[in-house]
Design a protein around this ligand. Sequence first.
Ligand code: IMP
Length: 199
Amino acid sequence: MRLARGSRLVVATHNPGKLAEMTALLSPYGIETVSAGALGLPEPEEIAEDFEGNARLKALAASRGAGLPALADDSGFCVAALGGAPGVVSARWAGPGRDFSLAMARVQSEMGHAADRRAWFVSVLCLARPDGECACFTGRVDGAVSFPPRGAHGFGYDPIFVPEGSGRTFGEMLPEEKEAISHRSRAFRAFAAACLSLP
Ligand code: IMP
């Protein structure tokens, strides 16, 4: 499924930060964006069991609601010793106050002294059309959990994640260093290669 230059695309989010990030990534490809929030579309409940299921349901709802192609993302943090948790409920572990020091403390207490410290971030981007056709692209970055949290950059679980090949957490990296290897950029690069046309 390709998007021609000049296409209008709904970004299936009500979050202005996500819209701004997507608009910046898409504008070099001649894609005009509008958010599901600006169109007054309702936010579907994220009830799927995996990232792809949630990205797909958000993209399809926005695309059908707007009658335009729509792009949605879903992402999260997975810990091997916790069977992949928090995974799709990564945001919920921070509680209603969105307090990620709470979420990181929960990871620490649930992991205890588990020998397996592997963890990874996943991001799935899904492009949907109003006729129900979908294409999903997954980006992943592998690494290890490290306590205590370190670094003031980034957000969410960044201060406890050390990507493979680095001694620093995502929280200690400059935005461009994280961007070069992040799950989100990897998913975007796969989406761009398959669906977008260069200038
Ligand atoms: P959503 O994709 O907006 O549902 O967000 C999922 C949650 O995953 C976020 O609230 C963060 O807790 C976590 N997450 C996703 N990507 C990152 C990242 O790059 N760094 C840290 N946490 C992340």
